[in-house]
Write a protein that binds this ligand. Sequence first.
Ligand code: GUN
Ligand code: ZN
Length: 449
Amino acid sequence: MSQEQQEKVVFVGTIASSSALDQLNVFKGFISVENGKITKIGSTAEYNSRETSNELSGYKKVILHQNQLLIPGFVDCHTHAPQFPNIGLGLDRPLLEWLDKYTFPLESKYVDVNFAKKIYEQVVQRLIKNGTTTACYFGTLHLEGTLQLVECIIKYGQRALVGKVSMNVKNDANYYNETENELNEVETFIQKVMGCKNNLVAPVVTPRFAVSCDETLMKGLSEIADKYNCRIQSHISENRKEVEYVLSTNPDCRNYSEVYDKHYILNNKCIMAHAIYLDEDEISLFATKGVSIAHCPASNTRLKSGLCPVRKLLNNHITVGLGTDVSGGDSATILDAMRRTMDVSTHLELLENMGPALNFKEVFYLATLGGAKALRLDDKIGSFEIGKEFDALIVDVYTNGGQIDQYEYSMDENEEHYLLDLLQRFIYLGDDRNIRQVYVKGRKVKDLS
Ligand code: GUN
Ligand code: ZN
């Protein structure tokens, strides 16, 4: 356990945290943290009175300055750690071609555990640097390689869900597993991750998608998820050709979701990436079963997959979080996913009358509490609430060397606007240079201060 976790720390300054899609709270005040958990939250006046009465004498104090913000850590609901070496490559191809030509050949290399370790070390550090305190990862087919990813996550102190990818349908790259072997390896993987006894990392059952997994495998995986009470993650309805192919190989199913539902994959611990072309029946099935969606705007655009109607999904009571989906996505940062979510939503408003477009407050929610809800971690993280674990970022909006210039120097005129503008500018223009400190369960995992 690190020093920070044991210490009592009080953070004082401007705090921003969402409690719902339409409920953003920005205020000046304090948060006290003990053993990684939030114990008190209050206003500046309450902080001052506690200071006066010496209540905070045992606390280490972290005082933010006027252009800094304390916000919850970002949640990346969908990314492929092994695909980082391909970031920015092959994006002129549609999904199924891109998988065959670029992705499966790269993922095959993770049979080499040393290669896996080298790449995963970089990936985990990159995400932490960009403020991703929680990530939901796809690994590869390989048991040992994916355990290397778990090791790196534990080493650098990130919170994560990690899946060993399951596939048993032959492809050109010969990248698949025999069914029985695959099911055995998934169980071993789950047991090993659970055996780490690290309360920040959990396994997630990961059938790649209906194109790569036959009925026997999907059924077996849903039984394993049930046995170990694990989450399940997969892809759905990302690309028109993919949907056509899945329907042609499953003629008894009326839609893509039925293919998964038939094998008990869809439940309230299931996170599906993309979900661009769901029909009305599928949307209500997702809502009834409590299936979450990881919205991945970067890869949806880069691979020309389509425009996901996130507003419509939210209006239909589906839980949505954001995913970077590297390397279909060309950016590993959730700040970029927030901006692209706004862009896609604006295009849908302009072209399809599917507005109003999501605004910066709403995408901030999706990047934090929305993501935590999608991963069923909102009892622990996603917002600042007493009893939750302290996953947080200290952001310096006008930091030296950053992208954001300061034209307005005073918060005297309208303090509320000044504070909201700090957050707004960070969301539209910020990058890793603005993220000065990152905390996961009270432990400092990045420090530029
Ligand atoms: N569908 C199945 N596998 C993948 C993948 O690796 N990336 C994306 N974007 N879609 C997929
Ligand atoms: Zn993906």
